[in-house]
Design a binder for this molecule. Structure first.
Ligand code: PSU
Ligand code: MN
Length: 306
């Protein structure tokens, strides 16, 4: 292997034995939540994956090395240094590796590195998508095109309404990406269980999701699968309550000329600020819930290998 990919011994031996592994991203740690909740959540999520019978592999770039599985010290450092660590999407990977820099990986780059390592299941909070006003800004997350490229199933609480959810679903259709509602017929809107947008298909169990993954890749169809898993009811912030906060954040970003990779972190920080602790505790609850489902899918997928 020419590129610098380094797995922890635990991840390496699990993959070699075809045991279940769940990838986790690091942008959510460095850019998505404040310290110390980011580190506490990242640790709790790893524990949930283990309790579910899978091995967690938190992915990040450390001094130019693609790390699949972080040590406790590395994870803590990413949480402490936060936004001073570069947010790395796929287009940034060559530069960060060549210059031997640290990088927090987004859904797109985490999917790519997971695929390089042979990991097929990944748990995140929310995926990036087509931003509101994208007809002018062209701001479509590289998470979208990555779903056409990397054979990884991503468990997400849908997507935040900072995005245009209808256009995000249209884009995933164009790219040939199955969007599976996890025991729901509606695409969830991150903080809220309901968005008003239907998912094209629903699975009742993690084993059914594993069956769709198997069918897709057995047919030689390239690319990922979106598993849309609603936030637990007791943690949700109703859509009508969060909508004005999101609208105000989007207006403020436009007024300040926020663009490109800064847009998503700016909007996330705005919403977190305005809702005080509430959006953060919702975020933590949904990430944990996604980790639990991802572990179950990874276990079922490993068990379905012929
Ligand atoms: N959406 C969230 N929380 C996040 C992100 C998105 O609700 O933390 C992060 C993810 O890492 C995602 C990235 O891959 O933002 C998308 O950024 P962009 O829109 O710049 O592609
Ligand atoms: Mn963007």
């Amino acid at each position: 292997m020419a590129y610098p990919l380094s797995m922890t011994a635990e991840v390496q031996s699990a993959l070699a034995a075809k045991r279940p592994v769940v990838a986790l991203e690091s942008t959510i740690i460095a850019h998505g939540m404040p310290y110390p909740q980011n580190v506490e959540t990242a640790r709790a999520v790893e524990d949930i994956v283990r309790a579910g019978g899978a091995v967690p592999a938190t992915i990040a770039i450390v001094a130019g090395v693609l790390k699949v599985g972080l040590t406790a010290e590395e994870l803590d450092r990413f949480g402490r240094e936060g936004r001073s660590i570069a947010k790395v999407s796929v287009r940034d990977l060559p530069f960060i590796v060549a210059q031997k820099l640290d990088g927090a990986t987004t859904v797109a780059s985490t999917m790519r590195i997971a695929a390089m390592a042979g990991i097929r299941v990944f748990a995140t909070g929310g995926i990036g998508g087509v931003h509101r006003g994208a007809e002018k800004s062209f701001d479509i997350s590289a998470d979208m095109t990555e779903f056409a490229a990397s054979d990884v199933a991503v468990v997400t609480a849908g997507a935040k309404a900072i995005l245009d959810l209808a256009l995000t679903l249209e884009t995933l259709e164009t790219l040939g990406v199955p969007v599976i509602g996890m025991a729901t017929r509606e695409f969830p809107a991150f903080y809220s269980r309901h968005s008003g947008h239907a998912v094209p298909m629903t699975c009742a169990t993690p084993a059914e999701v594993a069956g769709v993954m198997r069918a897709k890749w057995d047919m030689g169809l390239k690319g990922g699968v979106v598993v849309a898993n609603p936030i637990p009811e007791e943690a949700e912030i109703p859509a009508e309550e969060i909508a004005p906060v999101i609208d105000a954040a989007v207006t403020k970003a436009q007024a300040q000329g926020i663009m490109g990779k800064e847009t998503t972190p700016f909007l996330l920080a705005e919403i977190a600020g305005v809702t005080a602790g509430r959006s953060l505790s919702a975020n933590i609850a949904l990430v944990k819930n996604n980790a639990m489902i991802a572990a179950a899918i990874a276990v079922a997928f490993a068990g379905s290998a012929s």
